[in-house]
Design a protein. Structure first.
Length: 145
């Protein structure tokens, strides 16, 4: 059984009508598309961006993986739609506990939903070598449950 390489990546796109899967390898010469596959979905599996038939969608993903003989589980995907909000903010540098509270407070200004109805996540965007900065940029994401 082949072992997935760290320089390989699988891209997964779950669309309203089909699921697409690509396998990319990062080489010294650049990125190479190693594999591509697409599988259609029934009309009612995904409605207005929401997965209504989880079993059908997960089965389609497994089928693509099997048919394409992909072993790599290093997958990237994106989430889009009305209920997804991504916002770049800048706040003062602080400890982790204070940071969590600050992100929550800051996010409430931008999210048009009850903050208790969303899954909130963030990522520090300032490069690690630049820790002397007084402010850190954060990528904040909220998804309405």
């Amino acid at each position: 059984m082949p072992t997935p390489k760290k320089n390989q990546l699988v891209g997964l796109d779950i669309g309203s009508h089909a699921i697409k899967l690509v396998e990319i390898e990062d080489t010294k010469k650049g990125r190479i598309l190693k594999n591509f596959g697409i599988i259609g979905l029934p009309q009612d599996a995904i409605v207005e961006g929401a997965i209504k038939e989880m079993e059908i969608v997960s089965s389609a993903i497994k089928t693509l993986y099997k048919n394409m003989k992909i072993k790599n589980k290093n997958v990237v995907t994106s989430i889009s739609g009305y209920s997804v909000i991504v916002k770049k903010i800048s706040i003062q540098k602080r400890g982790e506990a204070e940071l969590d509270a600050s992100i929550q407070d800051e996010a409430e200004q931008y999210i048009p939903f009850d903050i208790n109805d969303v899954n909130l996540d963030y990522e520090i965007l300032t490069p690690p070598g630049r820790r002397r900065l007084k402010r850190r940029e954060k990528g904040t994401r909220a998804i309405k449950a």
